[in-house]
Design a protein around this ligand. Structure first.
Ligand SMILES: [Zn+2]
Ligand SMILES: [Zn+2]
Length: 393
């Protein structure tokens, strides 16, 4: 074999084993639309996703001080997470290997299997975790992995069981942009927490009275929680309304409204500065009133669930409840670009606020016809959307 032939064969081998799998995976990630069942596509996507998340998880085990969230890691059991990681590696490894043996989606499964191998080579579920300092700057990689896994499981099931738009697929148009928003929102959890707390203390600290806070904390749990949600939603309602009615603020909020397909991931699309500013405005009265820790935890669960659920592709028979609490139907109307829906339905928890303030959507139609900003001027892409408010008109 001469040198030329050897070089050609090596190049072909590399193309076949490395370049083609990476190209096809990259191409898959750019696409949207339904996955054709039966061709091994679904199991390949599951193997790829789990393989990738498992690799990230192994990195988090190696560098917990920089890649995990202190508030979270003090809550969960590391042994349970190790088991979870092991299961993810076994499932991703088994699926990709099975597909390779069956000759289905060779390229995608080569990448998935390579991710599993890399995660295992780096220690897999057995990376030792020693003592480490608690006050390092970090990104919430663990929060991203766990919330993505949990939300996908819960909300994909709900959306499949009670869909509003039956033909809508999981990988709908612009899912990549919203997944990036989702990821970054989770990564910056530490920075957001730090800045929001800093602003709350420095701007509103002088308003805090411990006697008054004790009186609030003496209210029984359920009414205190309902009151907390009411106070939060009143603050949220007026902040949200300002975002719609002040043109400068709308440039930020338009990012959230630019999503044209409503599903559980759509709510993640939000400008980072809006996310922080809204949080300061909503948490300020809660901080001043000093609700009990149990109530605040309850509120965080409610707001975390509703923020995702209200965007989900879900329709349930709500009955008269729809006048009381914000449902996906109610918030879908907020995102509609139908004429009667513009600047309506601002509430996030209590729908009666919009009925009270005269901003509830009144329409003979049951569901909107279209979603997104009127004129469809928002560019697609995470970075372009973050830069959008600062662009000259
Ligand atoms: Zn809005
Ligand atoms: Zn929304």
């Amino acid at each position: 074999m001469n040198r030329e032939t050897r070089r050609r064969l090596t190049r072909e081998l590399l193309d076949n084993a490395v370049k083609a799998p990476i190209d096809e995976t990259h191409e898959l990630l750019q696409r949207h639309g339904a996955l054709r069942p039966g061709a091994g596509k679904l199991s390949s996507v599951v193997a790829l996703s789990l393989g990738f998340l498992a690799l990230l998880a192994v990195l988090a085990f190696h560098f917990p001080q920089y890649l995990t969230t202190p508030d979270l890691r003090h809550q969960y059991s590391i042994d349970v997470l190790r088991q979870l990681l092991l299961v993810a590696l076994l499932v991703a490894g088994g699926m990709s290997l099975g597909n390779l043996v069956l000759g289905r989606q060779r390229n995608l499964n080569l990448v998935a299997f390579a991710l599993v191998l890399a995660a295992t080579a780096l220690g897999g579920s057995r990376v030792p975790v020693g003592n480490f300092p608690d006050h390092t700057p970090y990104i919430g990689l663990d929060w991203f992995i766990l919330d993505l896994l949990g939300s996908t499981l819960v909300f994909v099931v709900i959306e499949k069981l009670f869909p509003l738009y039956k033909g809508q697929t999981l990988f709908r148009a612009e899912w990549q942009t919203d997944l990036k928003h989702f990821a970054v929102n989770h990564f910056i959890v530490g920075l957001a927490l730090l800045s929001v707390n800093f602003l709350l203390h420095h701007l509103f600290g002088w308003l805090v009275s411990s006697g008054f806070q004790q009186a609030v904390q003496h209210i029984a749990f359920v009414p205190q929680l309902l009151l907390c949600v009411l106070v939060a939603d009143l603050a949220q309602y007026w902040t949200h309304r300002a975002y719609h009615e002040v043109p400068f603020l709308w440039r930020f909020h338009a990012v959230h409204h630019s999503v044209k397909t409503m599903d559980w991931l759509a709510g993640s699309r939000q400008h980072m500065l809006e996310l922080m500013a809204t949080r300061v405005c909503v948490l300020a009265p809660l901080y001043i009133l000093g609700f009990s820790e149990a109530v605040m935890n309850g509120y965080i669960l409610i707001v975390g669930f509703q923020a995702v659920f209200n965007h989900a592709n879900v329709h349930l028979p709500w009955g008269p409840l729809k006048y009381l609490v914000v449902t996906p139907d109610f918030h879908h109307w907020h995102h509609a670009s139908d004429e009667e829906a513009i600047d309506r339905n601002y509430a996030a928890h209590y729908a009666f606020l919009d009925h009270l303030f005269g901003t509830a959507v009144k329409s003979p139609k049951v569901f909107p016809e279209k979603y997104g900003v009127v004129g469809d001027y928002m560019p697609d892409g995470f970075v372009r959307q973050q830069l959008f408010p600062f662009r000259r008109k």
